[in-house]
Design a protein around this ligand. Structure first.
Ligand SMILES: Cc1cc2nc3c(=O)[nH]c(=O)nc-3n(C[C@H](O)[C@H](O)[C@H](O)COP(=O)(O)OP(=O)(O)OC[C@H]3O[C@@H](n4cnc5c(N)ncnc54)[C@H](O)[C@@H]3O)c2cc1C
Length: 446
């Protein structure tokens, strides 16, 4: 059968693109490498409940995802934020209310000034065309680390910014081009929106887990979605594309790549990937994240007036949150090991990581944390169909040389996936925005 479109990747982006194209009356096939749909959303049984080992939150202002969840009947509930937050910095654990931890007056001033400077620079960068910013070349020639050193004299403030950016990108400040950072932050609605829970990107959770979205979309698409079918090759001519898996060669008028650029170059393209796409693929390393859960009999931190949210300036954990199920029946904490810590701890055993993570929980929330019912962690860098998480991290110079390849179709191949989003890049919301754009691009070609 000749298809109109073959979508490569059944993450949220690929599935939404397939849905929109199918609704336009096109014949669509979705090929997914894994034996499951959802990609970076992956909800799994841990202890006696389901937890999100991948993408978890519906952020404030993520209107497309909110609407889609409503349409698919996936219910949501607020992230638990009542009580005080903790900061583990300079070897001392202290509590605070609000977004910014308790700091000495001059450190606070320095941090607030930095936020203002960041907001000013962010406003100058348009994620649709970051190279159009006045000082784009200069901003892309240095890393976020460079600006952190320039703006923040205090080590503690720098460490806090490093922990925050580590969690957003799964990377160190020195890994991230300042221009890419600003573009990403602007696409996400500002730095505070990215790091906030109740007012930001960590506001709301899905009952049954975020993978419910992809599972519901796949149910709707039925036999059009083929699992365990890694795409090995894409050949295109003037008239069509041929997408080859280990089982079949499928012809279509167009193909959609709904995967991070780091995975593009694993596919054998004929003719070869355009040079800028090839370069972008090579210059888009994924962040590094190990997400760890511990379940408990009681939410003892809540009884102590704590929200479960903590930021830590030393490894291996950078942040923690309450991860208790919506009905409160299975109390849990989640910890993020990110950036260099994730790379380092990825090489250790799960038992060693368990000791370290539970040790951090105990330092923050008390000795009861030391004896979870169940501990589970998920190391995204070992997933061959993702290669790291949560998102691609562009270092210095990558945007300047390859920005035009981020979402430009080449021949009959179109680009979806959250990395190509113009809004909320890196988030599930961005995956949907990119899918909507691709569906319009293909529809416009007739
Ligand atoms: C630990 C973690 C925490 C996160 N937290 C959040 C959060 O709280 N909120 C939020 O909004 N976002 C979060 N994210 C990011 C979010 O999950 C992603 O932005 C989103 O799921 C990306 O969707 P996508 O469809 O663009 O890509 P993906 O989900 O990566 O989908 C790509 C698909 O392509 C498949 N594939 C790859 N290569 C091939 C091939 N050759 N042939 C066929 N198929 C292939 C993959 O298996 C995958 O299914 C998080 C991610 C992680 C991992």
């Amino acid at each position: 059968m000749q298809y109109d479109v073959v979508v490569v990747g059944a993450g949220v982006s690929g599935l939404v693109a397939a849905r929109l194209l199918t609704r336009r009356g096109l014949r669509v096939r979705v090929l997914e490498a894994r034996d499951r749909v959802g990609g970076r959303t992956f909800s799994s049984q841990v202890d006696d409940a389901v937890f999100d080992l991948g993408g978890q939150w519906l952020g404030r202002g993520h209107a497309r995802l909110e609407a889609l969840a409503g349409e698919l009947g996936v219910a949501t509930y607020p992230q638990y934020t009542a009580g005080k937050r903790l900061m583990d910095a300079g070897g001392r654990v202290s509590s605070y209310a609000g977004t910014i931890p308790k700091l000495s007056p001059w450190k606070l001033l320095e941090l607030q000034l930095t936020m203002m400077r960041l907001a000013k620079l962010t406003a100058q960068v348009d994620p649709r065309d970051p190279l159009a910013a006045n000082n784009a070349a200069e901003l892309d020639s240095v890393s976020l680390e460079h600006y952190a050193r320039k703006w923040l004299r205090s080590r503690q403030s720098r460490d806090l910014l490093a922990a925050a950016s580590r969690v957003v990108f799964g990377a160190e400040m020195s890994d991230v081009s300042m221009l890419y950072f600003l573009s990403y932050v602007r696409a996400g609605g500002g730095f505070e929106a990215l790091i906030e829970s109740d007012k930001g990107a960590q506001a709301t959770r899905f009952i049954g887990g975020s993978q419910s979205i992809a599972l519901a979309l796949a149910r709707e698409l039925g036999a059009a979605v083929e699992l365990s079918s890694p795409v090995r090759a894409i050949a295109q001519s003037e008239r069509d594309v041929t997408v080859t898996t280990d089982k079949a060669a499928i012809s279509a008028r167009y193909a959609v790549l709904a995967l991070p650029p780091a995975l593009w170059s694993r596919i054998d393209f004929s003719p070869a990937l355009p040079v800028l796409c090839e370069q972008l693929s090579q210059r888009s390393p994924m962040g590094a994240t190990v997400k760890a859960f511990a379940t408990y009999e009681r939410a003892f931190w809540r009884s102590a007036g704590l929200s479960g949210e903590a930021v830590c300036d030393r490894g291996p954990v950078s942040v923690t949150f309450d991860a208790t199920t919506h009905d409160g029946k299975r109390p849990a904490l989640v910890a993020f090991i990110v950036g260099q810590d994730a790379r380092t701890w990825s090489q250790r055993t799960e038992i060693e990581r368990r000791g370290a993570v539970v040790g951090v929980f105990a330092r923050l929330f008390g000795e009861q944390a030391r004896t979870p019912r169940v501990y589970v962690d998920h190391d995204w860098s070992t997933e061959i169909w993702t290669r790291g998480c949560p998102v691609s991290v562009l270092g210095t110079g990558a945007l300047s040389s390859c920005a035009s390849a981020i979402r430009a179709p080449f021949g009959r191949v179109h680009i979806a996936g959250t990395e190509s989003a113009r809004e909320h890049t890196g988030y599930i919301e961005g995956a949907i925005e990119a899918a909507e754009r691709v569906a319009l691009e293909i529809a416009a070609r007739g």
